[in-house]
Design a protein around this ligand. Structure first.
Ligand SMILES: Nc1ncnc2c1ncn2[C@@H]1O[C@H](COP(=O)(O)OP(=O)(O)O)[C@@H](O)[C@H]1O
Ligand SMILES: [Mg+2]
Length: 238
C-alpha cells in the first residue's frame, strides 16, 4: 500500500494511490481505554468499526451533513477525503452520564438533558484531552468555524438520534472530530463507531463503556456485533 500518513490508537491513515486528495483509513482490531493504560486486540473489531463508521457517514452525507466518507473498502478500510485535522474533540450529549456527571453533579446518571449539550475538548493524549471554553477555542480555530462545527454536530445528532431510535438504541452521546479539505471545506472526519458513541438499550451499554468498566474482549465484541448487525440490516454497503 501507499505511504502511511499517520497511525493512532485504533486507525492507520494511508495516502490513496494516484490521488493526493484522498486517504485510505484502516481500522485496527485494537481497543484502548484510560489513555492507553488498558489495551486489547479484538479480532473482527476493525471490520465491524469500518462498516459502522462507513454506514453512518453515508447516512449523514445523504442527509446534508458533510463527512470525509467516500467509499467502504471491505472488510476493514474506508476511502475518505484527506483532511487537515483540527485538534478538537466535539462531544454531543443527549443523556447525562460519564464525565459530565463530574461537572454537573446535580444531574442524575441516565437523566435526559433539556437540550443537547455540546462540549469541546483539546485533543491531546499528553494533557488528557482538557475541556475548553469559548475563550480557549479562539486560540485554536476562528469563531465561524466553531459555530459551524456546533451546527453540524447538532444536525448530525438529530439524524443519528432518529436512526438509532428506529433500530431500538438510545443515542446517549457521541464524539466528533473535524477537519478541512485541501479546498478549505470543513467536514466531519475520523470515525463514528461503538468506540466513540454511547448506545443504550434500557440503560444497558452497547459501546466502549463495557470495556472501560472491565468487560472482557468477548463481551465487547458481542455488543459491537449487535450494533453492526442492526445497522447492516438498514444500510447495506457493497
Ligand atoms: N480524513 C482524514 N484525513 C487525515 N487524518 C485523519 C482523517 N480522519 C482521521 N484522521 C486522523 O487519523 C489519526 C488516527 O486515528 P486514531 O487511531 O483514532 O488516532 P488517535 O489515537 O489519535 O485518536 C487521528 O489523528 C485522526 O485525527
Ligand atoms: Mg481516535
Amino acid at each position: 500500500m501507499a505511504a502511511k500518513i499517520c497511525e493512532g490508537k485504533t486507525k492507520k491513515v494511508f495516502a490513496a494511490e494516484n490521488d493526493g486528495s484522498k486517504v485510505i483509513i484502516f481500522f485496527k482490531d485494537d481497543i484502548t481505554a484510560f489513555n492507553g493504560k488498558r489495551h486489547d486486540i479484538i479480532p473482527e473489531k476493525g471490520a465491524i468499526s469500518a462498516y459502522i463508521s462507513s454506514a453512518i457517514f453515508k447516512l449523514l452525507n445523504e442527509n446534508g451533513v458533510k463527512t470525509h466518507f467516500i467509499e467502504y473498502i471491505p472488510p476493514n478500510k474506508m476511502l475518505a477525503w484527506k483532511l487537515n485535522m483540527i485538534p478538537l474533540e466535539i462531544v454531543c450529549r443527549n443523556i447525562a452520564t460519564g464525565s459530565l456527571l463530574k461537572r454537573l453533579p446535580m444531574l442524575k446518571k441516565g437523566e435526559r438533558l433539556k437540550k443537547p449539550i455540546i462540549e469541546f475538548f483539546y485533543k491531546s493524549d499528553e494533557l488528557g484531552d482538557p475541556l475548553l471554553n469559548e475563550c480557549h477555542l479562539e486560540y485554536i480555530v476562528n469563531r465561524e468555524a466553531i459555530e459551524e462545527m456546533k451546527q453540524i454536530t447538532l444536525k448530525a445528532n438529530e439524524i443519528l438520534k432518529k436512526f438509532f431510535e428506529e433500530l431500538g438504541f438510545t443515542l446517549v452521546d457521541f464524539k466528533l472530530e473535524f477537519g478541512t479539505t485541501m479546498q478549505g471545506e470543513l467536514m466531519i472526519g475520523d470515525e463514528l463507531t461503538c468506540d466513540t458513541m454511547r448506545l443504550w438499550i434500557n440503560g444497558e451499554s452497547f459501546d466502549k463503556d463495557i470495556y472501560r468498566r472491565g468487560g472482557s474482549p468477548e463481551d465487547v465484541l458481542k455488543a459491537y456485533r449487535k450494533v453492526y448487525e442492526a445497522i447492516k440490516e438498514r444500510i447495506e454497503l457493497k
